[in-house]
Design a protein around this ligand. Structure first.
Ligand code: E4P
Length: 198
Protein backbone atom coordinates (compact mmCIF):
# COMPACT_ATOMS: atom_id res chain seq x y z
CA UNK A 1 0.00 0.00 0.00
CA UNK A 2 1.32 3.43 -0.97
CA UNK A 3 1.50 6.12 1.71
CA UNK A 4 0.25 9.59 0.80
CA UNK A 5 0.11 12.73 2.91
CA UNK A 6 -3.16 14.65 2.98
CA UNK A 7 -1.68 18.12 3.32
CA UNK A 8 -0.54 21.22 1.49
CA UNK A 9 2.01 22.14 4.19
CA UNK A 10 5.40 22.23 2.48
CA UNK A 11 7.51 21.74 5.63
CA UNK A 12 5.65 18.52 6.50
CA UNK A 13 5.95 17.31 2.92
CA UNK A 14 9.71 17.93 3.00
CA UNK A 15 10.00 15.97 6.24
CA UNK A 16 8.14 12.96 4.82
CA UNK A 17 10.18 13.11 1.60
CA UNK A 18 13.29 13.03 3.80
CA UNK A 19 12.01 9.92 5.57
CA UNK A 20 11.77 8.21 2.20
CA UNK A 21 8.25 6.94 2.82
CA UNK A 22 6.15 9.36 0.80
CA UNK A 23 4.46 8.04 -2.34
CA UNK A 24 2.16 10.96 -3.11
CA UNK A 25 0.05 13.89 -1.89
CA UNK A 26 -3.62 14.71 -1.71
CA UNK A 27 -4.80 18.26 -1.12
CA UNK A 28 -8.22 19.81 -0.86
CA UNK A 29 -9.38 23.44 -0.94
CA UNK A 30 -9.58 23.64 2.87
CA UNK A 31 -6.00 22.41 3.29
CA UNK A 32 -4.71 24.70 0.53
CA UNK A 33 -6.44 27.77 2.02
CA UNK A 34 -4.46 27.34 5.26
CA UNK A 35 -1.10 27.84 3.53
CA UNK A 36 -1.36 31.49 2.43
CA UNK A 37 0.00 30.88 -1.08
CA UNK A 38 -1.82 31.26 -4.39
CA UNK A 39 -3.32 27.84 -5.19
CA UNK A 40 -1.42 27.20 -8.42
CA UNK A 41 1.89 28.33 -6.87
CA UNK A 42 1.26 25.97 -3.97
CA UNK A 43 0.57 22.99 -6.23
CA UNK A 44 3.70 23.81 -8.25
CA UNK A 45 5.77 23.95 -5.05
CA UNK A 46 4.39 20.56 -3.97
CA UNK A 47 5.11 18.96 -7.34
CA UNK A 48 8.67 20.30 -7.12
CA UNK A 49 9.10 18.30 -3.89
CA UNK A 50 7.20 15.10 -4.72
CA UNK A 51 7.65 12.74 -7.67
CA UNK A 52 4.48 10.73 -7.04
CA UNK A 53 0.87 11.75 -7.77
CA UNK A 54 -0.30 15.11 -6.36
CA UNK A 55 -4.08 15.46 -6.24
CA UNK A 56 -5.39 19.02 -6.75
CA UNK A 57 -9.12 19.69 -6.63
CA UNK A 58 -11.34 21.67 -8.96
CA UNK A 59 -13.70 24.17 -7.35
CA UNK A 60 -16.87 24.65 -9.38
CA UNK A 61 -20.36 23.14 -9.65
CA UNK A 62 -20.29 23.36 -13.40
CA UNK A 63 -18.74 20.65 -15.64
CA UNK A 64 -17.31 23.00 -18.31
CA UNK A 65 -15.54 25.05 -15.67
CA UNK A 66 -14.28 21.90 -13.91
CA UNK A 67 -12.80 20.64 -17.18
CA UNK A 68 -11.14 24.00 -17.77
CA UNK A 69 -9.70 24.06 -14.25
CA UNK A 70 -8.58 20.45 -14.62
CA UNK A 71 -6.57 21.24 -17.74
CA UNK A 72 -5.01 24.27 -16.02
CA UNK A 73 -4.05 22.20 -12.98
CA UNK A 74 -2.60 19.40 -15.08
CA UNK A 75 -0.48 21.96 -17.00
CA UNK A 76 1.37 22.71 -13.74
CA UNK A 77 3.18 19.35 -13.75
CA UNK A 78 2.96 15.83 -15.16
CA UNK A 79 2.28 14.30 -11.74
CA UNK A 80 -0.84 16.39 -11.04
CA UNK A 81 -3.99 14.29 -10.64
CA UNK A 82 -7.21 16.28 -10.93
CA UNK A 83 -9.61 15.73 -8.05
CA UNK A 84 -13.29 15.89 -8.99
CA UNK A 85 -16.23 15.50 -6.61
CA UNK A 86 -18.54 12.47 -6.76
CA UNK A 87 -21.44 14.48 -8.13
CA UNK A 88 -23.16 14.29 -11.51
CA UNK A 89 -21.27 17.43 -12.59
CA UNK A 90 -17.99 16.08 -11.23
CA UNK A 91 -18.41 12.75 -13.02
CA UNK A 92 -19.38 14.53 -16.26
CA UNK A 93 -16.20 16.61 -16.04
CA UNK A 94 -14.13 13.63 -14.87
CA UNK A 95 -15.11 11.45 -17.81
CA UNK A 96 -14.12 14.25 -20.19
CA UNK A 97 -10.78 14.74 -18.45
CA UNK A 98 -10.10 10.99 -18.68
CA UNK A 99 -10.92 11.16 -22.41
CA UNK A 100 -8.32 13.94 -22.63
CA UNK A 101 -5.75 11.60 -20.95
CA UNK A 102 -5.79 13.50 -17.67
CA UNK A 103 -5.71 11.28 -14.57
CA UNK A 104 -8.47 11.96 -12.04
CA UNK A 105 -9.20 11.20 -8.40
CA UNK A 106 -12.93 10.92 -7.63
CA UNK A 107 -13.33 12.33 -4.15
CA UNK A 108 -16.11 12.51 -1.54
CA UNK A 109 -17.03 8.85 -2.03
CA UNK A 110 -19.28 7.39 0.65
CA UNK A 111 -20.75 4.24 -0.93
CA UNK A 112 -19.78 1.27 -3.09
CA UNK A 113 -22.33 2.43 -5.67
CA UNK A 114 -20.41 5.70 -6.04
CA UNK A 115 -17.12 3.79 -6.27
CA UNK A 116 -18.56 1.76 -9.17
CA UNK A 117 -19.36 5.02 -11.01
CA UNK A 118 -15.78 6.25 -10.46
CA UNK A 119 -14.29 3.02 -11.86
CA UNK A 120 -16.68 3.06 -14.79
CA UNK A 121 -15.37 6.41 -16.03
CA UNK A 122 -11.77 5.20 -15.72
CA UNK A 123 -10.68 7.22 -12.70
CA UNK A 124 -7.08 6.65 -11.64
CA UNK A 125 -8.09 6.88 -7.95
CA UNK A 126 -11.30 6.60 -5.96
CA UNK A 127 -11.27 8.18 -2.49
CA UNK A 128 -13.67 6.74 0.10
CA UNK A 129 -13.72 9.02 3.16
CA UNK A 130 -13.50 6.62 6.11
CA UNK A 131 -13.34 9.15 8.95
CA UNK A 132 -16.38 11.06 7.77
CA UNK A 133 -18.33 7.81 7.43
CA UNK A 134 -17.36 6.97 11.02
CA UNK A 135 -18.41 10.50 12.08
CA UNK A 136 -22.02 9.80 11.10
CA UNK A 137 -22.12 6.50 12.99
CA UNK A 138 -21.37 4.15 10.10
CA UNK A 139 -18.33 1.93 9.52
CA UNK A 140 -15.73 3.49 7.21
CA UNK A 141 -13.49 0.42 7.19
CA UNK A 142 -16.44 -1.81 6.24
CA UNK A 143 -17.10 0.51 3.30
CA UNK A 144 -13.44 0.32 2.26
CA UNK A 145 -13.50 -3.50 2.43
CA UNK A 146 -16.65 -3.62 0.31
CA UNK A 147 -15.16 -1.35 -2.36
CA UNK A 148 -11.87 -3.29 -2.48
CA UNK A 149 -13.78 -6.59 -2.75
CA UNK A 150 -16.13 -5.31 -5.43
CA UNK A 151 -13.26 -3.90 -7.49
CA UNK A 152 -11.41 -7.24 -7.25
CA UNK A 153 -14.47 -9.19 -8.45
CA UNK A 154 -14.93 -6.80 -11.37
CA UNK A 155 -11.26 -6.40 -12.24
CA UNK A 156 -11.51 -2.60 -12.12
CA UNK A 157 -8.16 -0.86 -12.56
CA UNK A 158 -9.04 2.25 -10.53
CA UNK A 159 -6.86 2.38 -7.41
CA UNK A 160 -8.60 2.57 -4.05
CA UNK A 161 -7.19 5.51 -2.08
CA UNK A 162 -8.30 5.26 1.53
CA UNK A 163 -8.94 8.83 2.73
CA UNK A 164 -10.16 10.90 5.67
CA UNK A 165 -8.00 8.79 7.98
CA UNK A 166 -7.85 9.88 11.60
CA UNK A 167 -5.45 7.47 13.36
CA UNK A 168 -2.85 4.74 12.73
CA UNK A 169 -5.38 1.90 13.00
CA UNK A 170 -7.22 3.37 10.01
CA UNK A 171 -3.93 3.05 8.09
CA UNK A 172 -3.12 -0.47 9.30
CA UNK A 173 -6.63 -1.75 8.57
CA UNK A 174 -6.62 -0.07 5.15
CA UNK A 175 -3.48 -2.08 4.34
CA UNK A 176 -5.04 -5.30 5.68
CA UNK A 177 -8.14 -4.75 3.57
CA UNK A 178 -6.10 -4.23 0.40
CA UNK A 179 -6.31 -0.49 -0.27
CA UNK A 180 -3.86 0.55 -2.99
CA UNK A 181 -2.98 3.76 -1.15
CA UNK A 182 -3.84 5.59 2.05
CA UNK A 183 -3.75 9.35 2.51
CA UNK A 184 -3.34 10.75 6.00
CA UNK A 185 -2.55 13.92 7.92
CA UNK A 186 1.12 14.40 8.83
CA UNK A 187 0.35 13.72 12.51
CA UNK A 188 -0.99 10.26 11.62
CA UNK A 189 2.03 9.38 9.47
CA UNK A 190 4.31 10.54 12.28
CA UNK A 191 2.54 8.24 14.74
CA UNK A 192 3.13 5.20 12.50
CA UNK A 193 6.78 5.26 13.64
CA UNK A 194 6.14 5.02 17.36
CA UNK A 195 6.09 2.07 19.73
CA UNK A 196 6.89 2.30 23.46
CA UNK A 197 9.33 -0.65 23.23
CA UNK A 198 11.39 0.89 20.42
C1 E4P B 1 -8.64 13.27 0.72
O1 E4P B 1 -8.28 13.43 -0.44
C2 E4P B 1 -9.24 14.34 1.54
O2 E4P B 1 -8.53 15.54 1.33
C3 E4P B 1 -9.19 14.07 3.01
O3 E4P B 1 -8.75 12.78 3.31
C4 E4P B 1 -10.37 14.56 3.78
O4 E4P B 1 -10.18 14.29 5.13
P1 E4P B 1 -11.07 14.96 6.28
O5 E4P B 1 -12.34 14.18 6.39
O6 E4P B 1 -10.24 14.80 7.52
O7 E4P B 1 -11.30 16.39 5.89
Amino acid sequence: MKLFLDTAHLADIETAVGWGVLDGITTNPTLAAKEGLAFHDLIKAITDLVDGPVSAEVVSDEPEEMVRQGHTLRAIADNVVVKVPMTRAGITAGSRLVADDIPINVTLVFSTAQAIIAATIGATFVSPFLGRVDDVGNDGLALLGDIVGTYAVQGYETEVLSASLRHPIHVVESARLGADAATMPFAVMDKLFDHPLT
